[in-house]
Structure formats: C-alpha cells, structure tokens
Design a protein around this ligand. Structure first.
Ligand SMILES: NC(=O)c1ccc[n+]([C@@H]2O[C@H](COP(=O)([O-])OP(=O)(O)OC[C@H]3O[C@@H](n4cnc5c(N)ncnc54)[C@H](OP(=O)(O)O)[C@@H]3O)[C@@H](O)[C@H]2O)c1
Length: 388
C-alpha cells in the first residue's frame, strides 16, 4: 500500500536540495543513525551543521568522519546536550545561542526507544517522554526566538510508533507508574512530540510568526535506536525484520526534506510511503487524534509546567471553543477547533462568525485531516453577526 508522493514516483530525494552555503542546521542526536546521515547530506550541500549530542567521544568520531569526507574546512561542530537532563538542555541552548547567530533549521531527531523497564530521568520523567518530548520541548522554546529571527524551521522527527500505544497522552499517569510497557511509553513519547509539533505549527501560524514547523518520520530504518535500551524479545524481532527496513541514509531523507524543501504543507505527516516503512518519501496518513486541539493544549500546559519554560504570550491562542453555528455544527463529525488556512471552520473572537476556510494544498476531496466533510466546503461564508 502506497501513500501520496507529491514529488513524483521517486518521491523526494536530496537531489532537490540546492546550495546551502551560509545556512546553519542544528541536529539533535547526530552522531549516529538518521541524524548522522542528515548531517552528512546537509554538509555535502555546503551547509554549516551543529550537532547537539550527549557523547563527546562519539561526536569527535563523527566530526573526524565528516572532515575526512568533506575536507578540513567542513563546517561541522558539536555542542554537548543531554536531553534527559533539563539543566543540560538549558546549558546547551545557551552555548548554542552564543556561537550561532542564525539557525535555519532545528531538527529534533534524537530519541531513545523501547526502554525495557521503567526508568526516570534526573528530573523525574519517564525516560522516553523525558528525552524525546520534554527535552525537545524545552530546547525548542529556548531556541525559538533565534529561529524566528532567522526565518528558520523546526522539524519534529516522529514515528509510526505514535499509533501503537494508547493513542492518547496519559495525563493521569504520564510516567506509566501503572502498567509500564516499553511500547506504550515509547508510543506516548512520540505522540507527544508530534502533538507538540502540530500545535506549534498552529500557534506560529495564528500568531503570524515566520517559523515553519514540519513533522516527519523515517519509516523503518536500520539504526542503533533500540540497541542499548530494548528487551531481548524486541531486539530479536527487530533483527528479524531488519532485512525489510531501509538504510539509515534513506531514513534521514524526510527530516532533511522538512528542513530544506519549500512549499510543504501544514497538518501533514511526511515519510516513506511504501507501507509507511520504506520507499519514496512523500505524505503519509495521519491519525486524527494527533491534531486534537484540546489534547494539544493540555500537553502544552503540562510541558510548560514540567520543564519550567514559558513560551511567549502569543501562545495563548484564540481557538479552542467549538463552533456554535448550527448549520456547521450539523455537518461536523465532532467539535472541531480552528486551524488557519484550512477548510476547517474557525471561530474567531475578533469577528464572531465561523468561516469555512480554504486550505492552500490540494485536498483529495474526502474528509480532510480534521474530519470536516466535503459539504462544509459548499457552505457560503457565514455572515458576520452569527453567534459563534
Ligand atoms: N530507526 C527507525 O526505524 C525509526 C523508526 C521510527 C522513528 N525513528 C526516529 O528517528 C529518530 C532518529 O533515530 P535513529 O533511528 O537514527 O536512532 P539512533 O541511531 O539511536 O540515533 C538516536 C540519536 O539520539 C541520541 N540520543 C539518545 N539519547 C539522547 C539524549 N539523552 N540526549 C541527546 N541525544 C540523545 C543518540 O545519541 P547516542 O549515540 O549518545 O546514543 C543518537 O545520536 C528518532 O527520533 C527515532 O524516534 C526511528
């Protein structure tokens, strides 16, 4: 089963990237796997790459490899970052802001997965939620203004694992103190990252900020992701399935695409399109619960509280109340919150009425990502004065 490849039968490839001289890309977890390969591709196009890694030794080895390949003048450096430690994230962000005057893209690539038994970070978070989500949430907040000043991007690397757990954030038991399972906790952490990515996308759009946010996944790629963390059964399963997976280099393409390609769409999940595991890079299906604005608000609030960071005031958004216009409500499959520039209705406090909004991308004509049925599109604009 294939999904959409807007870049032709081959999908997106790095051949589409132009000269990146003068542009700076920051990648978390770039000393191995997909992050390393993403760094390699960006360096090959002349970019400057800052790796944010937890191991100085592995980072030095990666830099040696890159310099051997691209020459001693290759612009690649390393900032020490341990996403499992909030203090380290703060230190790393401060260091980066001192040295880098621009950030064209921050690629949130680092992760741990399938941690066999429940472990807590020093800040008291379940390890996968702590590293994958809370660490990146804080890092993005601390670097946001520099990325905004650079008209840059934030790329969230998700995983199809997001839909292989509870399909929701367990606000009542974020750490899985009850019934911990490696799968469910990993799934929650990747779901949290993706919910955050799309929520940030909405907030940035609503506030008219220049930062572009995209969410992607590498499919099934041969990397060291579960080597040190998973239980024996998961590792055996992964070894058996390994021949079906793609190379780490191919796995890096979606994140490189999201960091460089123009004209990508919001509310879209990019990755390999063959069974969502391998093959041409394009658009993959996205479960509706990832875009649920209420859950996103809850996650945002709890993430601010746990990390102690406050995003600027513009994150207090004007959406969230379901539309009350009877004609629209009657055809909505569920209460739907706004998303600028899409077909969704959007309650706007400043004007009152809900306005069906045309989205910029081609929509296949079925139910769109928010679940609004095609009839909504045929509705005339709701006259002002209609209560919403
Ligand atoms: N491989 C797949 O099939 C697959 C599938 C779905 C999603 N993904 C996603 O793809 C992304 C890349 O993963 P990968 O497959 O390339 O795995 P990988 O080879 O294990 O790379 C993960 C990177 O994250 C770093 N990292 C781990 N914990 C960290 C921490 N506390 N602080 C800073 N960095 C840390 C690792 O550094 P160390 O070298 O120090 O461990 C490593 O560089 C992840 O977001 C993952 O969830 C992968």
């Amino acid at each position: 089963m294939s999904t959409k490849t807007p870049f032709g039968p081959e999908g997106w490839t790095p051949a589409r990237i132009g000269d990146l001289t003068g542009r700076t890309f920051v990648i978390t977890g770039a000393n191995g796997g997909a992050g390393f390969e993403a760094a390699r591709i960006l360096l090959s196009k002349g970019a400057r790459v800052v790796m944010m890694n937890r191991s100085a030794e592995r980072s030095a080895a990666a830099i040696d490899t890159f310099k051997a390949e691209f020459g001693p003048d290759a612009e690649v450096s390393f900032v020490r970052l341990d996403l499992a430690v909030l203090a380290s994230v703060r230190e790393a962000a401060a260091q980066l802001l001192e040295t880098e005057t621009r950030i064209d893209a921050l690629i949130c690539n680092a992760a741990i997965a399938q941690v066999a038994t429940q472990q807590l970070t020093v800040d008291g978070f379940e390890s996968q939620l702590g590293v994958n989500h809370f660490g990146h949430f804080l890092l993005c907040a601390l670097l946001f203004e520099r990325i905004e000043a650079s008209s840059g991007r934030i790329v969230v690397v998700g995983s199809n694992g997001y839909k292989m757990g509870d399909n929701r954030i367990r606000f009542e038991d974020l750490n899985y103190d009850q019934n911990y399972s490696a799968w469910n906790a990993y799934a929650q952490s990747k779901l949290a990252q993706m919910i955050f990515g799309y929520e940030l996308q909405r907030r940035v759009q609503a506030a008219g900020k220049s930062v572009v946010v995209h969410v992607c996944h590498p499919g099934a790629s041969r990397t060291g992701l579960i080597r040190d963390t998973a239980g024996i059964a998961t590792r055996l399963l992964a070894a058996m399935l390994s021949p079906l997976a793609q190379s780490a280099e191919r796995g890096s393409w979606p994140e490189v695409m999201c960091a460089t390609e123009e004209g990508l769409e919001p509310a879209t999940y990019y990755g390999p399109t063959r069974f969502e595991m391998v093959g041409p890079v394009g658009v993959c299906p996205l479960k509706e619960f990832v875009l649920d604005a209420q859950q996103a608000k809850g996650l945002w609030d709890v993430s601010e509280e746990k990390t102690g960071v406050r995003w600027p005031v513009w994150t207090t958004t004007w959406y969230g109340s379901p539309c009350a216009h009877p004609e629209i409500r009657s055809i909505l499959p569920r209460p739907c919150n706004c998303w600028p520039n899409t077909w969704r209705h959007r309650p706007r406090p400043e004007t009152g009425p809900c306005v069906p909004h045309r989205q910029g991308r081609s929509d296949p004509g079925g139910i769109d990502a928010c679940g609004v049925r095609p009839e909504l599109r045929a509705l005339p604009r709701v006259p002002s004065g209609v209560p919403s």
